[in-house]
Design a protein around this ligand. Structure first.
Ligand code: IMP
Ligand code: MG
Length: 184
């Protein structure tokens, strides 16, 4: 899909496909350097992280393992509460592993801080976080994010894995939606 396919549902493109890919080149190079000589396990959080996981993993110069987790955060509407339920757990045993959580976006950071302590309790050697996008709210929780693609304004965005009502995940860019899409 390209912006034109969106018609008047698209308000504006926030990050183009080229911008996302260029930034991923840089992050992949950092990860390659940081984990040189180590076995790395990438943990993607379904469903939003599918695109960043696929594009990031293919840029790395060493073989990695990839595993997936699905969590659901209890909350009303678009705000998460930090109370999390595991819908699909990892297949991998984390004991002694170098784990890198791959996320699409960090908003309140509540989901991620829960996930972090959950994974840390499983005896990994290290756990770090890579996220494609980060919103300003995320600075309020004490979660150290090692790799950040872009800090974005506090707006609801879709594309590159992110949805609104399960739509728009397959946009190769990140954008905002016109108000009429939300029924405004
Ligand atoms: P939080 O960091 O616990 O608030 O929750 C982050 C999750 O909320 C992300 O993994 C997304 O699924 C969802 N989310 C937060 N902001 C957006 C957005 O702008 N667009 C789409 N989903 C979002
Ligand atoms: Mg997510």
């Amino acid at each position: 899909m390209d912006p034109a396919d969106m018609g008047d549902d698209l308000e504006r493109v926030l990050l183009s496909e080229e911008q996302l890919h260029q930034r991923l080149d840089e992050i992949a190079a950092q990860i390659d350097a940081d984990y040189a000589g180590k076995d790395l396990l990438l943990v993607g959080v379904l469903k939003g992280a599918v695109m960043v996981m696929a594009d990031l993993a293919r840029r790395l110069h060493s073989t990695v393992q990839m595993d997936w987790m699905a969590v659901s955060s209890y909350g009303s509407g678009t705000k998460s509460s930090g109370v999390v339920r595991i819908l699909k757990d990892l297949d991998a045993d984390l004991t002694g592993r170098h784990v890198l959580i791959v996320e699409d976006i960090i908003d309140s950071g509540l989901t991620l801080s829960w996930l972090l302590s959950n994974l840390r309790s499983r005896g990994p050697a290290t756990v770090e976080i890579a996220t494609m996008l980060r919103k300003p709210e995320a600075s309020k929780v004490d979660v150290d994010v090692r790799y950040v693609g872009f800090d974005i304004p506090n707006e609801f965005v879709v594309g590159y894995g992110l949805d609104y009502a399960e739509k728009y995940r397959n946009l190769p860019f990140v954008g905002t939606l016109a108000p009429h899409v939300y029924g405004a």
